[in-house]
Design a protein. Structure first.
Length: 433
């Protein structure tokens, strides 16, 4: 009987022909060659944190958890080369040990580096790009089993597209990232009136190195996080406070409210007003420890990228949707901003970008909410996060990306037989060629 695979959220499942766990590039090449000999497809999975069937296959499912080493550190250039399966939290520890850091991170650190970059995962900060924009070199196993190195100087057309390749161009084996000297963040977390946040959103975004907020549905409140880079020594929260805020409030008590709200949707509005908050908290801590938080409450998520100038209006329309349709929600709506970049399939391609992320507790109804949000975001040329739920197809996505054709050309060259295709890629990128 085939071994089944399920993603983190539990909403994507497949029974591949085989689950492979290579620990080296050579072993990864051997998997691709075996699949080619048998006429089967290959899909690579990192931590399984995507909320779609992006990693599902009936062929060879490649789990890169064993390919998780730091290959080398170039301290002079402040660059690190890693195997594709390394988790961000492990990489963060290794970088801190040698006095380096990634300049920006998302709020989840158990993703693999390859999975996070291939789907354009991002953090927040107007002057900083997503994680893929920090890539300066890659090694990719193509559909024929060939290993191709690429960078801005070597195979530049492949490198241009492959930094966000959605798993369609090949199996990434190694990634080289540009780092920065290790730094601390001065963090201020506090509740604010959401109308005040939206009214002064540009001031918050431009006045902090990293700013984000979470609107709590059915309330007039937002939980804000303002971070600025600092030379101040670390002054972290007391251990008891960190456990209370990050584990007890954010996970244990919030999870209990979600379970009750799923059983009794009519109580959702009242329960939302009881989402625990620690009030104003201020501390200084190592950057990756501020960026990322533990997430033990499982959920389903949709996230859209819109032009920064449309962000406040788009968020207000989501609030109106929740109010007018009386959608029972508990999960806050997350709002962030990043710099634009030049990566063809990056959701931030060519524009300063605001992100609106909406969630529901796992196994809860989402169709009305997610379709309503998607309709709003489409009015602004919104681009869906590649690893999160959406209802778009290749014909609706292509007009959103000016360099769509360049990616398709590279895909056809590196994987002409569709070795890395699956139902998700057929849906969002279309057939090869």
């Amino acid at each position: 009987m085939a071994e089944a695979w399920t993603n983190w959220a539990g909403n994507a499942r497949c029974e591949p022909f085989a689950i492979e766990r290579p620990a080296s590039e050579e072993e990864l090449v051997a998997v691709v060659e075996r699949a080619a000999a048998g006429g089967r497809r290959v899909k690579v999975v990192g931590a399984g944190h995507s909320f779609t069937d992006i990693a599902c296959t009936d062929g060879h499912l490649v789990d890169l958890a064993r390919a998780s080493r730091v290959v080398r550190v170039d301290r002079e250039r402040a660059q690190v080369t890693v195997q594709a399966g390394i988790e961000l939290r492990k990489l963060n520890r290794e970088l801190a040990r040698v006095g380096l850091a990634l300049e920006n991170l998302g709020d989840i650190a158990y993703q693999s580096v390859a999975g996070a970059t291939q789907t354009a995962t991002h953090g927040t900060g107007l002057r900083f790009g997503n994680l893929s924009s920090q890539i300066v070199g890659m090694r990719i196993v193509t559909g024929s089993g060939e290993v191709m190195a690429c960078s801005a100087e070597e195979n530049p057309e492949v490198f241009h597209a492959a930094r966000v390749g959605v798993g369609a161009l090949g199996a990434v084996s190694e990634i080289t990232l540009q780092c920065v000297p290790a730094f601390n963040l001065h963090a201020v977390e506090e509740p604010m009136r959401v109308d005040e946040v939206l009214g002064a959103l540009d001031d918050h975004v431009e006045g902090n190195d990293h700013f984000e907020f979470f609107w709590v549905p059915h309330t007039n409140w937002a939980l804000t996080k303002s971070n600025r880079r600092t030379d101040e020594p670390a002054s972290p929260r007391p251990r008891w406070q960190a456990v209370r805020d990050d584990l007890l409030y954010t996970n244990v008590l919030f999870g209990a409210l979600c379970r009750l709200g799923r059983r009794r949707p009519s109580l959702a509005a009242g329960l939302g007003r009881r989402i625990p908050s620690s009030g104003r908290v201020e501390y200084v801590e190592r950057s990756d420890r501020v960026f990322a938080s533990p997430r033990y409450v499982h959920f389903h998520e949709m996230e859209y990228a819109v032009p920064r100038e449309a962000l406040a209006e788009a968020v207000q329309r989501v609030r109106n949707l929740v109010r007018d349709a009386q959608i029972p929600l508990l999960f806050p709506v997350e709002v962030r901003v990043v710099a634009g970049d030049d990566i063809p399939l990056s959701t931030a391609h060519g524009r300063e970008t605001g992100y609106v992320a909406v969630h529901v507790y796992r196994n809860s109804p989402f169709d009305q909410y997610f379709t309503g949000v998607e309709a709003i975001m489409s009015d602004y040329g919104g681009r869906p996060h590649w690893g999160k739920m959406h209802f778009q197809r290749a014909d609706t996505l292509a007009p959103l990306y000016p360099e769509w054709g360049r990616v398709q050309e590279v895909r056809a060259r590196l994987d002409p037989e569709g070795r890395f295709a699956n139902a998700y890629l057929d849906r969002v990128l279309g057939p090869i060629g």
